[in-house]
Design a protein around this ligand. Sequence first.
Ligand code: GLU
Length: 310
Amino acid sequence: MERTENLADIVAVVCRDMQAHLGLGRVADYIPALARVDPRHFGIAVVTCDGRTACAGDADVPFSIQSISKVFTLTLALDRLGAPLWNRVGHEPSGSSFNSIVQLEREKGIPRNPLINAGALVVTDVVLAGRDPAAAIAEIAAFMQARADDPAVSVDPEVAGSEEQTGFRNASLANFLRAFENLQNPVTDVLEVYFNQCALRMSCRQLARAGLFLAHGGIDPRNDAKVTTPVRARRINAVMMTCGHYDASGDFAFRVGLPGKSGVGGGILAIAPHRAAIAVWSPGLNASGNSLVGVLALERLAALTRWSVF
Ligand code: GLU
């Protein structure tokens, strides 16, 4: 039996229970602009397919969505290329860190999945095809505004610039991919789009709204917009479940049991299929690079709602 009669109460309980943990974990500091964020933030937003919204804590404070953007560019790239996208990027968990280069060499330039950096760069290359970087960035931002139903969603130029100046690993991955002919656009263009998509600023409320189509077979239940096909929505959820938390995706499935994608800004988007989209944010990361308090909060929410898919 489900116990979501009073979703607002459940979300308030989760937020209250997290107070004791605030500040735990380490804020990502390899992107200098992220290192300054106060680790004691916590926000949560749940948006349901039947039109309810429940928020608590810093649910309206925007943060850097970072790798969560990979879910949305994957949606756009599948729309462009369809199933042949999977010839250029796999759909297996990587078992290594999000920015690992070793695996890419062994597997001849075909990244394991679209949610690690190498795979996301290939996806961004597909989104960029036939456009200049500025147009591709504008298109991604417009997609996020439409999904979040909020024109205030935008790219933080300081974070994008900060990442551009320090993103030597991403530049290495992109050059490597290009050497294997798995990037078609110039490396600098792909990186520019990638850094800007990662630098999108969104609140938990905006992010949960933006992800709702994934809980509803690819259709936005608020206006019946067909964002993607039911099959693609299922595939994206499957990849989020198996690959969305870097090398701790198994642990997330074990503890939470929902498709999810984390970002080093401390956000996590989780999908309860046919029920809701959930966004949490708390900047302190655990050793695997996932929001420490964010995972705890989702674990608590999944227990209280019994929304685990297992
Ligand atoms: N922009 C970050 C990077 O490429 C994203 C990492 C993440 O959120 O996992 O390093």
